[in-house]
Design a protein around this ligand. Structure first.
Ligand code: ZN
Length: 271
């Protein structure tokens, strides 16, 4: 599933293509995404200039002169820049054609992605208004995570993955961040010391930044905006490495199940 780093990688990859461009046409091939794409959307966006491309959580925000396109990649989607004349493939659901002849093409086999248009402040939209802080923003700091963890018996990994507390820390990044912070994933959140909380904040940021620098991660079939694969997966410390030697100490990485998700950790490096 595309996670925050993949979405941010997509945003950065697309930014130079959309800057100062005008939308020539929105060609819809399939309106039945997670929510139906409004039929009036092509008329609403045609001719508008693109002001910029942003991100909130896992939503891409394509800011236009008089509104914002809100795009989510869903479970399996990707958005790529390519010549508008490039042959369409199965599961290509729309082309946002720019006046440069480049199209932003959305492909999504499972159709859990979405394309919506917001005319007012996009951050006030119901899908975005109640999102938790961004892990790479200043709001996500030791004091914030310290307050969240006090009195909570929930396992620290599950707390990290709770999108009502912090957005965009998926399974891979939670496992990797806990390894870097040397904290076992099943520890009760309330048992963390202030020092451990501080280490964890730094680790979450470091893991996400590293993943973004490496071009996103996670899916074997994940493609960057230019169609090349992400490389972060090759550098994972524990994720999906059960039984293999820990890259730090050489002991075997272990796996366990938490909330129906696999968790990986090194019993020697993490306590
Ligand atoms: Zn180890």
């Amino acid at each position: 599933m595309p996670e925050l780093p993949e979405v941010e990688t997509t945003r950065r990859g697309l930014a130079p293509h959309v800057r100062a461009r005008r939308i020539a046409a929105l060609q819809l091939y399939e309106r039945r995404l997670r929510w139906p794409v409004p039929a009036r959307l092509p008329a609403a966006v045609a001719g508008q200039r693109v002001v910029g491309i942003g991100r909130r959580g896992k939503y891409l925000l394509l800011k236009l002169q008089s509104g914002t396109l809100l795009l989510h990649l869903g479970m399996s989607g990707n958005l790529r820049a390519l010549p508008a004349s490039a042959p369409r493939l199965l599961h290509d659901h729309f082309d946002l054609v720019l006046d440069s002849g480049v199209a932003l093409r959305f492909n999504d086999p499972r159709r859990f992605g979405s394309l919506l248009y917001v005319s007012g402040d996009p951050l006030a939209h119901p899908l975005l208004a109640h999102l938790a802080p961004e892990p790479l923003s200043r709001a996500f700091d030791t004091a914030y995570l310290w307050d969240l963890t006090r009195g909570r018996r929930v396992a620290v990994k599950q707390l990290l993955m709770n999108s009502r507390l912090v957005v965009g820390v998926g399974n891979i990044y939670a496992s990797e961040a806990l390894f870097r912070a040397r904290i076992r994933p099943r520890r009760q959140a309330r048992s963390l010391s202030r020092l451990e909380v501080a280490r964890l904040v730094r680790a979450v940021r470091a893991v996400l930044k590293y993943a973004i620098r490496s071009g996103g991660t996670t899916l074997r079939d994940y493609l960057r905006a230019d169609g090349s694969p992400g490389y972060f997966r090759q550098r994972l410390y524990v994720y999906e490495r059960a039984g293999k030697p820990c890259r730090r100490c050489g002991n075997r990485v272990r796996a366990l199940t938490q909330g129906q998700r696999s968790t990986y950790y090194c019993p020697h490096c993490q306590s």
